[in-house]
Design a protein. Structure first.
Length: 313
């Protein structure tokens, strides 16, 4: 096998596309271990709704950064980067090729591009900026950002007020363009990344997402959410797809049919955002696995499509 020194394989793609089954087979073939890059798999007691690899799957291939926190705790891309780096270095010391698998784009970017740590939040300035938007109408702050830092403005949707306000806040606080600050302070980790992206026909993926949500309900997702609520989870954990919507049902705010409809709708919207994010990630070897569902067939398609992957066999 090719030397593992400095090599890291990343398997990315939208939720439900087929990353788990493929990554398990690849990990076994390479005799290596998996580092989860999923912001919700870090939480214990959240198994069904997060499509967490089963106990048997985790026993067959060592996994890292899964079930490391209680639902009351919070996690961040910075903590992920810190903990993942430790695991990566440990695997390199054992001459293994780390396999990073997940759909949380910011976690993956923290490894491949580094993280931008701006100034602390200025809540007073944020309120002032929100007031300006209310006074002048939608889009005012984005136009303001275009004038201050057009390079950053083109990367943020005009209706994404949270990110627009944060960009303005950083630029006004530091008296510098946020793009300049980011370019000078963001440093990637010095690994040789091989990024493999799995993609499907969009209609096929959405149909698979709907079927997966139905399967989750059959497996007992509602009971899992009910038990989770009794633990008084933190806000971050309860933002997870499925948990938030069924939480509304259990509070009596919507009925269960509406909750399931919302889970499917929001999961498809999330998958769409993942595609948008990952399409900005450079040097991804995308493999279209439309019409293929078995892990072995996906493995065959990917390994035959990504020539550089053969160097690791």
């Amino acid at each position: 096998m090719r030397s593992a020194m400095n090599k890291v394989i990343i398997i990315l793609g939208p939720t439900g596309v087929g990353k788990t089954g493929f990554s398990l087979l690849l990990a076994k073939k390479l005799n290596t271990e998996i580092i989860s890059a999923d912001s919700m798999l870090v939480y214990s007691h959240m198994d069904i709704g997060t499509a967490k690899p089963s106990t048997e799957e985790r026993a067959s291939v060592p996994h890292h950064l899964i079930n490391i926190l209680s639902p009351k705790e919070t996690f961040s891309a910075g903590l992920f980067k810190e903990m993942a780096t430790i695991v990566i270095n440990n695997l390199h010391d054992r001459d293994l090729v780390p396999l990073v698998v997940g759909g949380t784009g910011l976690y993956i970017r923290s490894l491949t591009k580094g993280l931008f740590d701006g100034p602390s939040a200025d809540l007073t300035m944020r309120e002032e900026l929100k007031k300006k938007e209310e006074d002048h109408g939608p889009g005012y702050l984005h136009k303001m950002l275009i004038n201050i830092d057009p390079e950053t403005a083109v990367r943020i949707e005009p209706n994404d007020r949270r990110r627009v306000i944060r960009a303005l806040e950083v630029s006004l606080t530091e008296q510098k363009k946020i793009s300049h600050i980011r370019n000078s302070s963001t440093k990637p980790l010095h690994y040789d990344f091989l990024k493999i992206g799995l993609t499907r026909d969009r209609k096929e993926l959405y149909s698979m997402i709907e079927e997966r949500v139905d399967n989750m309900m059959e497996k007992g997702l509602l009971a899992e959410v009910r038990e989770l609520l009794e633990m008084e989870p933190g806000r971050t954990a309860m933002q997870a797809l499925g948990y938030k919507e069924l939480g509304l049902y259990l509070k009596g705010e919507i009925d269960v049919i509406e909750a399931v409809r919302l889970i499917k709708k929001r999961t498809k919207m999330f998958a769409k955002r993942q595609y948008t994010w990952f399409n900005r990630e450079p040097d991804v070897h995308w493999v279209d696995i439309s019409g293929i569902h078995g892990p072995e067939e996906i493995y065959d398609r990917v390994t035959s499509s990504v020539a550089i992957l053969k160097e690791f066999n």
